[in-house]
Design a protein around this ligand. Structure first.
Ligand code: COA
Length: 178
């Protein structure tokens, strides 16, 4: 049998998105609590197009935002991974690390475990010199994950893709170097 995963960590498997992920990924992307720190929830069509973009990114760059399975339950739980980011800022273009999990799986250390694995993949296997992460200032859970995987806060910035008075505009910026 072909291994479905690019790589695994203790509890997680990292793979491309597949069609059968759509319903669950849509339920996650349309949940206002999960999407509290994003400009809007996503409908099913937007979710499908996001899955396609994530997979296209993996095809193009050899890494990306991976669909993540919790191995013990053989369950798809969200995404964790790496992405090339090009919006206008003084730290771009760069590779960022990011995550979004269904709330049923929060606070079990899964984002920390998975992102630490992706970071190791980025620095050791892909040989990247540095990886960035950022989130809106009030997303404390996400910022905590950045700290737990050894990233350091290097500043704050206003996200250029959000309008000036947007409540999520102010972001913290973290980086880790090889
Ligand atoms: C961010 C997210 C991926 C974290 O996933 P997770 O698997 O719960 O993360 P972990 O369990 O590895 O770690 C979470 C840490 O944040 C802490 N935390 C959770 N909620 C918090 C809050 N409101 N304030 C401060 N810390 C908080 C936890 O206590 C834990 O830290 P600890 O181990 O020091 O106690 C998850 O909350 C999520 O999917 N959120 C919605 C999507 C999102 O915001 N993505 C990031 C966008 S940049």
């Amino acid at each position: 049998m072909n291994d479905p995963y690019f790589f695994t960590s203790n509890r997680l498997g990292f793979r491309k998105f597949k069609d059968t992920d759509l319903e669950f990924f849509y339920s996650l992307n349309s949940d206002p609590e999960v999407m509290k720190h994003f400009p809007s929830v996503l409908d099913k069509e937007q979710t499908l197009s996001l899955m396609k973009r994530f997979n296209d990114h993996i095809d193009e760059h050899g890494f990306g935002f991976y669909a993540v399975d919790l191995l013990s339950e053989n369950a798809f739980i969200g995404f964790i991974g790496l992405k090339r980011t090009n919006f206008e800022a003084d730290f771009t273009p760069c590779v960022e690390i990011g995550w979004r999990l269904d709330k049923k799986y929060w606070n079990r250390g899964l984002a920390t475990e998975g992102s630490a694995r992706c970071l190791d993949y980025a620095l050791s296997h892909l040989n990247l010199n540095e990886v960035y992460s950022f989130t809106s200032l009030n997303n404390k859970a996400s910022e905590r994950v950045m700290q737990k995987i050894g990233m350091k806060k290097i500043g704050e910035f206003d996200h250029p893709l959000l309008e000036d008075n947007h409540p999520l505009k102010a972001h913290c910026l973290y980086r880790i170097s090889k």
